[in-house]
Design a protein around this ligand. Structure first.
Ligand code: NDP
Length: 276
């Protein structure tokens, strides 16, 4: 019998999740049907209730419902607790198991796909929203030398740095700062702000990029964003957008639901938009 899954968001037409999961199902031989669900604003719980009542097995969650899903879940994984947000749910009877695979997807893309180990590296992450919250624990598990979070609203960066320090007992130093207080050059600079969605640039100095730096914009499908352009001007040649992260978080959800991890390289290649 075909098992049903879906992604819920508003808007939802832009979501690549059906394409990605359908490709995964083909390569792994899994019998699933994966669709888009437009959730009415203020109507998340009723929409998910209806999907479950029709036999739905699981859902991915995208904007603006990641916090609604957090409230809806009965069992939150540590990744979802740290992120304060949920991007994947699994339904079993009355139980709603909830995860946040964004961070693990990001780290898998950086370390495994891009061949850039984070161990011992200085890592700068721009932004202190949901994506940064989700990324912190998986990043820290790689034992970088230091993580600096820079944000426009400095209090949010500081708060998140303190939370991350608490979670890993201070093993890796984590600092929250404003852009003007970013000191020195970094091996990896991750843009987890939403500035690229509207072609804006966080006020980052070019001196933040080391010569062999990886510059990674979590926003995907926007070509050479102002952030990636800044990195290029600083001499960085390793410029990447977040399409690999998107596919890797999907692969984590697929493995969690189906017990089999799909190959991701072909799907990443299929949906990559060249950085020109
Ligand atoms: P949030 O809305 O939770 O956070 C947005 C962050 O961006 C805040 O820290 C905000 O700063 C900062 N920001 C927004 N505009 C600017 C600006 N003009 N200059 C400087 N900082 C700015 O968003 P998310 O964390 O959920 O998402 C961030 C990005 O990551 C999005 O572009 C999203 O598409 C991408 N993403 C990609 C994924 C993938 O799979 N590749 C998965 C998840 C997210 P302040 O706090 O001061 O307002």
């Amino acid at each position: 019998m075909t098992d049903r899954y879906a992604v819920i968001g508003n808007p939802i037409e832009q979501s690549k999740s059906p394409l990605i999961h359908t490709a995964f199902a083909q390569v792994t031989g899994q019998d699933i049907d994966y669709t888009r669900v437009l959730g009415p604003l203020g109507g998340f719980a009723q929409t998910v209730d209806a999907f479950r009542a029709e036999g739905g097995k699981g859902m991915n969650v995208t904007a603006p419902f990641k916090l609604d899903a957090f409230a809806y879940a009965t069992d939150l994984a540590p990744s979802a607790q740290m992120a304060g947000a949920v991007n994947a749910m699994k339904f079993e009877g009355d139980k709603v198991y909830a995860e946040n695979f964004d961070g693990v997807g990001l780290v898998r893309d950086v370390v495994h796909n891009l061949g850039c180990p984070l161990n011992g590296k200085r890592v700068l992450i721009l932004g202190a929203g949901g994506a940064t919250r989700g990324a912190l624990l998986p990043l820290l598990a790689e034992q970088p030398a230091e993580v600096v979070i820079a944000n426009r609203t400095v209090a949010k960066a500081r708060e998140l740095a303190a939370l991350a320090q608490q979670h890993q007992s201070g093993a890796v130093p984590v600092h929250g700062v404003g852009y003007e207080d970013v000191q020195g050059a970094f091996d990896v600079v991750l843009n987890a702000t939403s500035a690229s969605l509207i072609a804006q640039l966080p006020p980052l100095s070019v001196t933040a990029f080391s010569s062999g730096c990886l510059a990674y914009d979590l926003t995907y499908g926007k070509g050479l964003t102002p952030f990636l352009r800044l990195a290029q001007e600083a001499g960085v040649t390793h410029l990447v957008d977040g399409v690999g992260m998107l596919v890797e978080q999907a692969a984590e959800a697929f493995a969690w639901w189906r017990g089999v991890r799909p190959e991701t390289a072909a799907v990443i290649a299929q949906i990559t938009v060249p950085l020109v």
